[in-house]
Ligand binder design. Structure first.
Ligand code: PXP
Length: 248
């Protein structure tokens, strides 16, 4: 079975916020993604509210019937919002003011105790959590220690690689981290910088059960329509053959 697709709709809200207007509405986008076969919706409530707004989260919660994954920083403010909205999953991400996008995985090894407290607080509110981490053994081990059910592996190094050998090295790190995480009992998602052109090999990693993809889908949607953009990336995911099948 191919990995499921959670579409990140942040950049629909980016276009809206460019004019502080009412459209395009990320909630309408979530409905279209659903109709086009997305398995879930992801959005990131940033501290600076540059795209998704608090009210969007409440509206998304009412409309998304698949799986709502909210990315957020591990702060008290975000914890209390998560408790009110009650997404299906909270993915904890690092946030640096002024960054263009999430710049790397959260340092789970360094912030182990704080994150464990945060994850436990979410669990007490019966909200599952995931950690966005770089594909590094120490980060996978820390995530397992912290007690999340899921991790999301940062595919950015793979996505931005400019040579085949750089990309192969980044890919090998993702395969190794996915294997290690799965052996530790963690469910594995992956995302960042994935596109219709580079997603298939990531979907071929057997442990990867979910892909979170945003910018490339919304960027292509401007030109070919949202439903087409979701369908074409779904097709690219479905083309995946489990690693090893190529050899037979
Ligand atoms: N996963 C995480 C944790 C992210 O922060 C982002 C970007 O918001 C994504 C996945 C999606 O990345 P992209 O927009 O490059 O597809």
């Amino acid at each position: 079975m191919s990995a499921s697709l959670s579409v990140n709709i942040d950049h629909v809200a980016t276009v809206r916020q460019a004019r502080r207007a009412a459209e395009p509405d990320p909630v309408a986008a979530a409905v279209l993604c659903d109709l086009a076969g997305a398995d879930g919706i992801t959005c990131h409530l940033r501290g600076d509210r540059r795209h998704i707004q608090d009210e969007d989260l409440h509206r998304l919660r009412r409309v998304v019937t698949t799986r709502l994954n909210v990315e957020m920083a591990a702060t008290e403010e975000m914890l209390s919002i998560a408790r009110r909205v009650r997404p299906d999953l909270v993915t904890l991400v690092p946030e640096r003011p002024g960054e263009v996008t999430t710049e790397g995985g959260i340092d789970a090894a360094r912030h182990r105790r704080t994150l464990a407290r945060h994850v436990a607080a979410l669990r007490r509110s019966r909200i599952a959590s995931s950690l966005f981490i770089d594909p590094v053994p120490a980060q996978v081990d820390a995530a397992a220690d912290i007690g999340v059910a899921m991790i999301e592996l940062n595919t950015n190094a793979y996505s931005i690689a400019t040579t085949a050998s750089e990309q192969a090295e980044a890919y090998d790190a993702l395969v190794a981290a996915a294997t290690r995480a799965s052996e530790a009992g963690l469910a594995v998602a992956a995302g960042h910088g994935l596109t219709v052109r580079n997603v298939t090999p990531i979907a071929e990693i057997p442990e990867v059960v979910e892909l979170n993809i945003g910018h490339s889908i919304i960027a292509r949607a401007v030109l070919i329509g949202l439903e087409n953009a979701v369908r074409e990336i779904r097709d690219a995911i479905a083309r995946a053959e489990p690693i090893g099948d190529h050899l037979s």
